[in-house]
Design a protein around this ligand. Structure first.
Ligand code: HEC
Ligand code: HEC
Ligand code: HEC
Ligand code: HEC
Ligand code: HEC
Ligand code: HEC
Ligand code: HEC
Ligand code: HEC
Ligand code: HEC
Length: 332
């Protein structure tokens, strides 16, 4: 982490409240409070003081694993105390801790090792409204410091009470990011129907861990439909399948403008992610006269082909080569 970056974080910590949530609505039907109300919720007890991570950890054994992981996380390690920049420490998220440990010594004399900190004096992170939970993170993670968050305030996730904590599990190891290995499982917890789609016979290789939700979607928000990375479905697909992007001399009408005319993005019971099996896929838009002609042909082989239109029309996505009559019948 360089110092400029750190300065951005501080700068934005002061500017941020005015900016975020400004454009939010109540998509869930529950009224949103003014930002100031959420800010109050994350101040913590005003009669408590900050005591530092050393104190939080030294006083409470059960924090050993958490603090050890934390020390090795980007949050724990990136800012050196000498710089005088704000540390990211336990109290940055949990609120000031002096009251939590105020009576600990006395309690230890009474109950020995069973004595506990009074965590009820800390912020009750889990019970805060989602907007306040996210605000804890957004104080530092402005869209300037974390550009992927620029569409967060208007994202479908923010508007449906999904908070940063819902996806980022900060104490399940040193990793603060969502690990690529576990991303799909994380998303499936709230999108079980999508899991079903990826389990179908034909599917993008998410299960095989060759790609991820993140390859097509921006979970933090995007200006596009369905949090897509591309402006349209087609733009999203052709990021990887560039050979299908054209332009071709012989386009397939304008059908390839939307790949979803023929493909399901996640998975399908039909090979090649097709929404419907051939020939029915094609017959949705093309009359069956040509097919009937093929079916009645004396060659048995041709009749079988007639069910697999792309055996002949192999350049189904578009072609630069006319057929022998000079027409663009997408055959080569
Ligand atoms: C960047 C923010 C952040 C920082 C820094 C942080 N925590 Fe947390 N902590 C959280 C969140 C969010 C939760 C609630 C997670 C959840 O939903 O279970 C949590 C939960 C906890 C819990 C309760 C765990 C449980 O299973 O109920 C403990 C204990 C805890 N933190 C201790 C610490 C200690 C000790 C430190 C410093 C070494 C620390 N935290 C630093 C965000 C933070
Ligand atoms: C006190 C400031 C502060 C708070 C509060 C804070 N962060 Fe951070 N966070 C940082 C800094 C600084 C970095 C490292 C620089 C960077 O990547 O922007 C960082 C990095 C991260 C990273 C990137 C990790 C990586 O491997 O690149 C994630 C993910 C993250 N924070 C999530 C969160 C979440 C979720 C919360 C709220 C629970 C939160 N942060 C709260 C300051 C903070
Ligand atoms: C729906 C799940 C989800 C939510 C909600 C979410 N994140 Fe993320 N976040 C991710 C995923 C997935 C990544 C991508 C990991 C990667 O870069 O490989 C990520 C990456 C990050 C990163 C590091 C990479 C980057 O883009 O700079 C930071 C920092 C971060 N998130 C912070 C936040 C904060 C702060 C919030 C709340 C305002 C939040 N996230 C809400 C899923 C989520
Ligand atoms: C190959 C690109 C791609 C991948 C990988 C992908 N998606 Fe999608 N997803 C799409 C497209 C395209 C749409 C449809 C958008 C439309 O038609 O408006 C979509 C729609 C969705 C929707 C909304 C509609 C619905 O079907 O419920 C959700 C939720 C969703 N995806 C979640 C996920 C999750 C979770 C993952 C990872 C397990 C994932 N997606 C992986 C491309 C992808
Ligand atoms: C805590 C629950 C939760 C998690 C975790 C979660 N989502 Fe969502 N997601 C929602 C809700 C709620 C909505 C909005 C209602 C809906 O469309 O189901 C939504 C909507 C979406 C949409 C549809 C957007 C639209 O405009 O139709 C996509 C795409 C999506 N999520 C992708 C993801 C991806 C990718 C992940 C994992 C990185 C993820 N979600 C993790 C709860 C979640
Ligand atoms: C991040 C890159 C990426 C994006 C974006 C992407 N794909 Fe793919 N696609 C792949 C990979 C990888 C495969 C698997 C290739 C393999 O197994 O040989 C694949 C395979 C396919 C297949 C063949 C499936 C099969 O059963 O052989 C189709 C059809 C397909 N993608 C369509 C799409 C469509 C439609 C979109 C947009 C919604 C899309 N792809 C977006 C990477 C991508
Ligand atoms: C008119 C229907 C149709 C449209 C629209 C369409 N496809 Fe296809 N696509 C097919 C058919 C049919 C196949 C299977 C060909 C075969 O295997 O015989 C296929 C196969 C594929 C394959 C796997 C085999 C290969 O050729 O690499 C990919 C990848 C693919 N399509 C991507 C796309 C993308 C990206 C778009 C949007 C730009 C798109 N398709 C639009 C019908 C369509
Ligand atoms: C969503 C509707 C739609 C689907 C599905 C569709 N097509 Fe088309 N197709 C069109 C349109 C529109 C044209 C251009 C106008 C025309 O000539 O009929 C076209 C043109 C063609 C042409 C070129 C005709 C010419 O003389 O230029 C061929 C060959 C063709 N389609 C074959 C297929 C095959 C094979 C399939 C199935 C894999 C298929 N189409 C699926 C709509 C569709
Ligand atoms: C055995 C090879 C073969 C198969 C299989 C085949 N076609 Fe054709 N198709 C052709 C040839 C050759 C032409 C151009 C000359 C003609 O019209 O016979 C053509 C022309 C077309 C045309 C444009 C002109 C017209 O007659 O409508 C469309 C659309 C078309 N085919 C769709 C399909 C569909 C849909 C299927 C699957 C049901 C299919 N084709 C299967 C060889 C084939």
């Amino acid at each position: 982490m360089n110092r400029n970056h750190a300065r951005n974080l501080i700068l934005m910590a002061t500017l941020l409240p005015a900016l975020i949530l400004a454009g939010c609505n109540g998509a869930t039907g529950r009224p949103l409070l003014p930002v100031a109300e959420y800010e109050k919720m994350i101040v913590g007890r005003v009669d408590a003081d900050y005591v530092g991570t050393g104190n939080c950890v030294a006083q409470c054994h059960r924090h050993d694993k958490i603090s050890d992981d934390f020390r090795h996380s980007v949050h724990g390690e990136q800012i050196k105390p000498e710089t005088g920049l704000p540390l990211v420490n336990c109290e940055s998220c949990h609120g000031p801790g002096s009251l939590a440990i105020a009576n600990l010594e006395a309690a230890k004399q009474q109950h020995g090792d069973k004595a506990k900190c009074d965590t009820s004096t800390l912020l009750d992170l889990k019970s805060l409204p989602a907007q306040a939970q996210s605000l804890i993170c957004l104080r530092c993670h402005s869209s300037t410091s974390t550009s992927s968050l620029s569409h967060w305030p208007t994202s479908v996730h923010a508007m449906h009470d999904v908070s940063c904590f819902s996806c980022h599990r900060l104490h399940e190891g040193p990793q603060q990011k969502v690990s690529h290995d576990q991303m799909a499982e994380l998303c499936y917890q709230c999108h079980p129907d999508v899991k079903t789609q990826f389990n179908l016979f034909s599917h993008h290789p998410v299960r095989e861990k060759k790609m991820n939700c993140f390859d097509c979607h921006d979970p933090h928000g995007s200006p596009n439909n369905a949090l897509l990375k591309g402006a349209t479905v087609r733009d999203t697909c052709t990021r990887c399948h560039m050979d299908k992007s054209g332009p071709f001399i012989f386009e397939h009408g304008d059908v390839t403008e939307n790949c979803s005319n023929c493909h399901s993005p996640h998975g399908s019971v039909t090979r090649r992610l097709l929404t419907v099996t051939m020939p029915y896929l094609c017959l949705q838009c093309h009359g069956s006269a040509h097919q009937s002609r093929l079916m009645s042909a004396d060659s048995r082989e041709r009749a079988i082909f007639a069910r697999r239109c792309t055996v002949c029309h192999s350049m189904i996505h578009g072609s630069d080569t006319p057929d022998s009559q000079g027409h663009g019948t997408l055959r080569r």
